[in-house]
Design a protein around this ligand. Structure first.
Ligand code: FE
Ligand code: FE
Ligand code: MG
Length: 165
């Protein structure tokens, strides 16, 4: 833990660490939801959908790394068990029980919309208080906004293909 780095954040540091751990839980669940979704996907444009889901899985894992590093910098304890992901999550986990591409896209779009909201709140919480976490939350939120857009574009393409038949 960096003592000065931690004290810069002020009195809300414990609350901030909790919010970061909750986001960490979301990222791991999102990672697996994308990763396993990419394996089971079936239906039109399966190849394009799979590539996008795999990319997003990798990016969610990158977000988890950023969060853990920041939690440690702040002197916090990162979540240590998968059980804690379920206990702490904001956005939950939706099993891809229906492997049809549009069902997967819909589940993951919901997840991204929840993630955008989580990081919007973190941006709000750290604004003018903790520039380091603020910058990180803003960067992750920007990725989540791109994720939502990528998935909605695929959904649109699948719909267009169906209409043009
Ligand atoms: Fe993420
Ligand atoms: Fe995402
Ligand atoms: Mg993408």
């Amino acid at each position: 833990m960096g003592t000065l780095g931690r004290s810069m954040v002020g009195k809300d540091v414990d609350k901030l660490i909790e919010l970061l751990n909750k986001a960490l839980a979301d990222e791991w669940l999102a990672y697996y939801q994308y990763w396993i979704g990419a394996k089971v996907a079936k239906g039109p444009m399966r190849g394009a959908v799979t590539v996008e889901l795999e990319e997003h899985a990798t990016e969610e894992l990158g977000h988890a790394l950023m969060l853990v590093e920041r939690i440690l910098q702040l002197g916090g304890d990162p979540l240590l068990t998968p059980q804690a992901w379920y206990d702490m999550t904001n956005c939950g986990y939706e099993a891809p029980e229906d492997p049809y591409v549009e069902a997967l896209l819909e589940q993951n779009i919901k997840g991204e919309q929840c993630a955008i909201e989580v990081y919007r709140k973190l941006v709000e919480f750290t604004k003018d208080k903790d520039p380091v976490t603020y910058e990180m939350a803003l960067q992750i939120m920007t990725d989540e906004i791109m994720h939502e857009e990528d998935l909605q574009a695929l959904e649109e393409d699948i719909q267009l293909m169906r209409e043009r038949k």
